[in-house]
Design a protein. Structure first.
Length: 760
């Protein structure tokens, strides 16, 4: 449900849209100039919602991916020889992704592999693969991933539950053809072997001979070798459970034992049949999976189990081999997620050394790290003075060698390290928390050099070998474009992205970025989309789109068509969103005030946003609605139960209603355990607040949601019935946390829009 979201890559404005702004400027297409003055609005009559037909943005279009402007290269990687860029993209007007190559010297593009060329009929996804995609928020079809060998021009393509091998000559052949799906393949650096998970065990296959070998065995029901658990995939950004050494002689892997973890029944209905899953789900305060780290020798097939001091029932992650394959570096979090430790495991003996640790009274998360090849050091991200910064440490002793960056901004990702030049490339918020730019700084510390110039958000891939930077960038008022830059940041080429006619035909407009003063003078960032044709003196209803949860930033200066926003604004609503404290992008100091009391600080900040809206002359302060999904569903329901008279109507999609029912990895990070923070859990329990419901409430939940279980809504229903409170309900029997079928997505959007329009 709720995890740190990764930023997509962003881009340039199309000519037909250039210069449009949602601030009071010369009007964009469909706008009639500045908003009415406060004097003109004093005696204005309320404006009623327009019908669905008032917007060219249909609910059916909202249900289709990608959104306008986002037909762009995905999963971009440089070829091993550094001479080309390979990526996934849709071809023409199709929706399935194919594999493409851009030749850096010739500046030409060509299709390398299409799904239809390899597989005539795709097989239905296995439950395991469906859940992996759900937790990775992956909705693409066709070729959805591929893996280059680092030092050979060959790759592996997972498709239809099997694995395919593309040779240097471009020929593609099947590596596996089995009933059971192969999961999470990894290809050795030289391309000679592929390691993968099938069922509960690890396997390898020789890409030359096709000989398959079982690497592990004996895992009983409830135990897996080489897969991460629910917490790892959903809450720790650890989709994988094994890591192949650079020499391809060793595999580090996790043994996950869930047999003592409580079982939760997930029951729904698909295709007129019951769909039941007994899910091992570690709820807050309950038993976590038991996890062991093994070092597997590929030549002997023997595993040496690593004893991690003080690991207990905490979490392991961010595994990275040393370049010589002699050691594995990894991080550990204690169960409370207040202490993070970096470990080194010797590949031969399995002996573990604790290098250093960081701690926080609120919480601390895994950091990103890179082990250097030409020096005995590593670079990693660490919380320093309220922000996330880069530092270099000795990888034998843990001694701090240099703090690379510092200041009132965050490093959000390490992009590449050029050891020869002594430089590290990274993405950061140095210009603004609403933007992301690429920088370069000396590994020993020094002033960063900004390499991207255009305002907005830049998603980059850096090739030190080729001296080329791939950059997909955008801003709120210009759609994405893919450009290539030299090592100094100058644009040297571009990869074609189609002009999207829908940007004009749907009359899409950019959001207006605003700031709101919160309690204590804290600056909060928000976004607004006004009704298209605003009449002088008119007052318009408001729809607040809320998320509010930690680990996510929703307000950024990037291209975001937000079709639901566009539809509602076309129908006469002011649409508004605010990132409260607890949101990411502004460092731990901005996130940590919510610790132990989810919802309280966030709601105060959201109400500060409402107070700001009520000062605007075109806003009808008596007609404010709120809509959110997941953590946003929790916030929407919380708003109607704790802020009487503020919100007239709310829609809560898949809400957490009782935090003790949600998973350990997420909930205990922010709330501690129920035993230690009983008062905090009680104060955040929506079922205890049901009697305070004020306004109209629509609950929306999917029965097959294996993230935020339907029990959350079921328990809230019981509480509302007991409190004799009227509410409305929409149940989707065959969907999960993220609605995947176009019919369900379209229907849900229509119901939410109708509910808001009819009740505001």
């Amino acid at each position: 449900m709720i995890r740190r979201e990764t930023m997509g890559a962003m881009g340039l404005v199309l000519a037909a849209f250039a210069g449009c702004s949602s601030t009071p400027q010369p009007a964009c297409p469909g706008e009639k100039g500045p908003a009415p003055s406060a004097e003109a609005a004093k005696d204005a009559a309320p404006v009623r919602a327009l019908p669905e037909s008032a917007s060219p943005v249909t609910f059916e279009r909202m249900a289709v991916f990608p959104e306008p402007g986002w037909t762009v290269p995905r999963s971009v990687r440089f070829a091993p020889d550094g001479k080309s860029v390979v990526y996934l993209a849709a071809e023409g007007s199709g929706k399935d992704l194919s594999l493409f190559e851009y030749d850096l010297e010739k500046k030409t593009q060509r299709a390398l592999v299409r799904a239809a060329d390899v597989l005539s009929t795709d097989k239905p996804l296995s439950r395991e693969e469906e859940l992996r995609r759900e937790r990775q928020r992956q909705r693409a079809t066709g070729i959805t991933s591929y893996l280059w060998a680092e030092s050979a021009p060959v790759m592996v393509i997972p498709l239809g539950g099997d694995l395919y091998f593309r040779k240097a000559d471009g020929k593609v052949s099947a590596l596996t053809q089995t009933e059971e799906a192969e999961l999470d393949p990894k290809i050795c650096r030289n391309g000679e072997k592929v390691v993968f998970v099938r069922g509960r065990e690890l396997f390898s296959i020789d890409t030359g001979s096709g000989r398959e070998v079982a690497l592990t065995s004996g895992a009983p029901e409830g135990v897996t070798h080489g897969q991460s658990d629910f917490n790892g995939q959903e809450e720790m950004d650890e989709p994988s459970g094994f890591w192949v050494s650079p020499s391809c002689s060793m595999v580090a892997y996790l043994e996950v034992d869930e047999r003592k973890v409580a079982t939760h029944t997930v029951l729904g209905y698909r295709g007129k049949k019951a769909d039941q899953m007994e899910q091992r789900y570690p709820a807050a305060g309950g038993v976590n999976p038991s996890i062991r780290l093994g070092l597997l020798d590929l030549s002997t097939k023997k595993t040496r189990w690593v004893k991690v001091p003080g690991a207990g029932d905490g979490y392991l992650g961010r595994m990275e081999w040393s370049p010589d394959s002699d050691a594995l570096y990894f991080q550990g979090l204690d169960r409370a997620q207040k202490k993070r430790t970096l470990y080194r495991a010797d590949a031969k003996s399995g002996a573990v050394t604790e290098l250093w640790s960081d701690s926080s009274p609120a919480w601390i998360e895994f950091g990103e790290m890179r082990v250097l090849e030409k020096s005995p050091a590593l670079v990693w991200t660490a919380p320093r003075e309220g922000h996330i910064h880069l530092e270099t440490r000795d990888r034998a002793t843990g001694k701090l060698l240099a703090q690379i960056t510092r200041g009132d901004w965050d490093v959000t990702a390490i992009q590449a390290i050029d050891e020869k030049a002594g430089q590290v490339y990274f993405t950061a918020t140095r210009e603004s928390p609403l933007e992301r730019h690429l920088y370069r700084a000396p590994i020993g510390g020094g002033e960063p050099v900004k390499l991207t110039g255009e305002r907005g958000v830049h998603g980059t891939v850096v090739s030190v070998k080729s001296g080329v930077i791939y950059d997909l960038h955008s801003a709120s008022d210009r759609p994405p474009a893919a450009v290539l830059r030299d090592a100094g940041g100058a644009v040297s080429g571009s990869i074609h992205t189609p002009n999207d006619a829908e940007i004009v035909s749907l009359r899409l407009r950019p959001k207006e970025m605003i700031t709101v003063q919160g309690e204590g003078g804290v600056k909060l960032h928000g976004a607004m989309l006004k009704p298209r044709d605003m009449a002088p003196g008119a007052r318009y209803p408001v729809v607040v789109i809320v998320y509010g949860g930690p680990g996510v930033q929703t307000v950024v200066d990037a291209w975001s068509p937000s079709l639901f926003w566009q539809h509602m604004a076309d129908r006469g609503f002011v649409v508004f969103q605010l990132d409260n404290r607890g949101s990411t992008g502004r460092g731990p100091a901005f996130e940590h005030p919510i610790a132990g009391k989810l919802g309280q600080v966030e709601m105060r900040d959201q109400l500060a946003g409402i107070d700001h809206l009520k000062t605007l002359p075109f806003v009808d302060g008596g007609r404010i609605g709120i809509y959110g999904h997941s953590y946003g569903g929790y916030m929407a329901a919380l708003a109607l139960m704790t802020a009487p008279g503020v919100f007239k109507v709310g829609v809560a999609g898949s809400p957490v209603t009782e935090w003790q029912l949600y998973d350990t990895g997420y909930t205990e990070r922010y709330m501690g355990s129920p035993a230690e923070n009983a008062a905090g859990y009680e104060a955040t329990d929506l079922t205890r607040m049901a009697k305070g419901l004020s306004g109209k409430l629509l609950l929306v939940h999917s029965m097959l949601d294996e993230n935020v279980h339907f029990q959350h809504t079921a328990d809230l229903i019981d509480a509302l019935v007991t409190a004799n409170k009227r509410f409305d309900l929409l149940v989707l029997p065959g969907e999960r946390h993220g609605y995947r079928s176009p019919a369900a997505r379209s229907y849900a959007f229509r119901r939410v829009a109708s509910y808001l329009a009819e009740n505001l």
